[in-house]
Ligand binder design. Sequence first.
Ligand code: NAD
Ligand code: GLY
Length: 352
Amino acid sequence: MKTLVVELGTRSYPIYIGGGLLESEEPLARHVAGRRVLIVTNDTIAPLYLDKVAGRLGRFAPATVVLPDGEQYKTLADLNRIFDALLTQRCDRRTTLVALGGGVVGDMTGFAAAVYQRGVPFIQIPTTLLAQVDSSVGGKTGVNHPLGKNMIGAFHQPRCVVIDTDTLGTLPDKELSAGIAEVIKYGLIRDAQFLAWLEGNVDSLLARDPEALGFAIERSCRSKAAVVATDEMERGQRALLNLGHTFGHAIETGMGYGRWLHGEAVAVGMVVAAELSRRLGWLGAQDAARVRTQVPTELDVNKMRELMSVDKKVEDGQLRLILLKGIGNAVISSDVPRAVLVETLKDCGAGT
Ligand code: NAD
Ligand code: GLY
């Protein structure tokens, strides 16, 4: 088992990474605060892992809530299912919430923990690659609104993150690929050496080679932990982690939640960001080609512009984009000429 730490002073917490971590009570049980736990999961993951996790936490009389599976249920209305369970089970402030699932379950559980009785502790057990390398770390929690993705939320850090890499064994291929896009993101943003490693090892990742996956998860979590430690509330550098997200969120909202996987949308977003960076003269044609993937895009330029203006990364009416000034060197830019942006979107939409 590898242990990394997200350094946030008194709110620092460990990320445990390894195979078989859900086979024993430790390290999970150590981080339960209080006497009760409520495990939140969904109807896909429950038959796979709920009994196991509930068994490990047996001494905390675990209550459970099983949400419907899907991004389309990441809503305020569905969040109530968690509050209903907490209140019906008379859970008080000494209850720890446990998120067992992908990014949707993690974000919703974290948000419920942030606001239930003005804040209770929670633990992340991420079961998708995307959640293991990104969403479970860093304390961003929330739900979607019909007008924008993740628009309602809070920063609330977990007590720990338990990454049992064995859970990836049941993950559908499409979800694995979507997670690999998020792994590639770290290479593009701040770790050119890692990107080079990924280029040589993507087949091992797709084949679920445990060693390759373990290395990629650890390296990604290390990057995420370092960024979060320096800018927890996204006042500066943390925004770099949103490479591809402004475009990606626009795609997800525009196409309807659940139609595109988050990771797929981000992958397309990274391709658009790389292409825009190339047109601005910041990224070489060869490097832009390295970023390009085979993901098919259906981008409607007008819809994208409209949606990007409600994205929360827009500041003072200015579109703030994360672009690349070379591989491993992401930058925040607020002054991209509209014409270049529109041309890029048009060409990306039409050309693929
Ligand atoms: P997801 O949670 O919808 O999970 C994807 C699918 O895989 C679901 O059908 C799920 O039930 C299934 N699944 C999960 N684990 C499984 C397993 N081990 N075996 C079989 N099936 C399994 O999607 P995701 O990609 O994990 O997360 C996407 C969400 O994360 C989005 O809502 C996005 O906004 C959010 N996100 C949040 C952050 C953050 O910092 N908080 C960062 C990135 C993404
Ligand atoms: N996924 C972006 C962030 O956590 O900041």
